[in-house]
Design a binder for this molecule. Structure first.
Ligand code: KIV
Length: 272
């Protein structure tokens, strides 16, 4: 049996590069808590993103903007305790790095020291290169994020596909090259045309992780709550649901309520 690069015990940024080189796709999912992180790490996921999508799926906010650095560190700390194999990336939240490279470094140091995570992710292109430099100079690996960048939702106005027009596509390619040059170890491309992803993936030697970015990315990421079917309301075209946890949980809770009401739970065997 041949050993795949992703079979090794601890996933590193170097290994992700090697996986791209070898044509082995990278799997990435979000997680925000100990119990779910443990399940997806044991299942063999390569990268776990403690995404600021926690603001939506854990805290019920409409956007990712309200989540704080303290809240991200809380989620990251819980995930780190559970994970033995996957590389853990933590989103630096809105308002914790855009001010200056010093602010980016300060927030990164808090995330790394307090949670024990392995790397951070920042949204943006050329405008954040100085901040990436500063974080990298402290020895912390950085993942980039281009295309639909949810922290800028009020600038975009909608969650529709980005970079469909040539001008925006060219700007995205320039940004991607700048992020690779600055030393990012990987790049998330969100909601962009599949052909643009193909172009960027061929141009760059760092892995491109897509979400709604088509099949040519070097890996794929989804928000765990979406792919497990916990959220019923979110139905973008790019989302494949691998389970219907909404129905399973709701059915189980319904059965529990009915057993409690009827007095059939607990029975004799379930009592002391
Ligand atoms: O926060 C998040 O979940 C993300 C993914 C959508 C890539 O940034």
């Amino acid at each position: 049996m041949s050993t795949k690069l992703s079979d090794i015990r601890r996933v590193t940024t170097h290994q992700l590069h090697a996986m791209k080189k070898a044509g082995e796709k990278i799997s990435m999912l979000t997680a925000y808590d100990y119990s779910m992180a443990k399940i997806i790490d044991n299942a063999g996921i390569d990268v776990i993103l403690v995404g600021d999508s926690a603001s939506n799926v854990m805290a019920g906010n409409i956007t990712t903007l309200p989540i704080t650095l303290d809240q991200m560190i809380y989620h990251a700390t819980s995930v780190v305790k559970a994970v033995e194999r996957a590389l853990i990336v933590v989103d630096i939240p809105f308002g914790s790095y855009q001010g200056s490279p010093e602010e980016a470094l300060k927030s990164t140091i808090r995330i790394m020291k307090e949670s024990g995570a392995h790397s951070v992710k920042m949204e943006g292109g050329i405008e954040i290169v100085e901040s990436i430099d500063r974080v990298l100079s402290a020895g912390v690996p950085v993942m980039g994020h281009l295309g639909l960048t949810p922290q800028s939702i009020y600038k975009f106005g909608t969650y529709t596909v980005r970079a469909k027009e040539e001008e925006e596509a060219n700007k995205l390619i320039e940004d991607a090259i700048a992020l690779e040059k600055s030393g990012c170890f990987a790049l998330v491309l969100e909601k962009v045309p599949a052909e643009l992803t193909k172009k960027v993936s061929r141009k760059l030697s760092i892995p491109i992780i897509g979400i709604g970015a088509g099949p040519h990315a070097d890996g794929q990421v989804l928000v765990m709550h979406d792919m497990l079917g916990i959220n019923k309301e979110f139905n973008p075209r790019f989302l494949r649901r691998y389970a219907d946890l909404h129905s399973i949980v709701s059915g189980a809770v319904g059965a529990y309520i009915s057993d409690v009401k009827s007095g059939s739970f607990p029975n004799e065997k379930e009592s002391y």
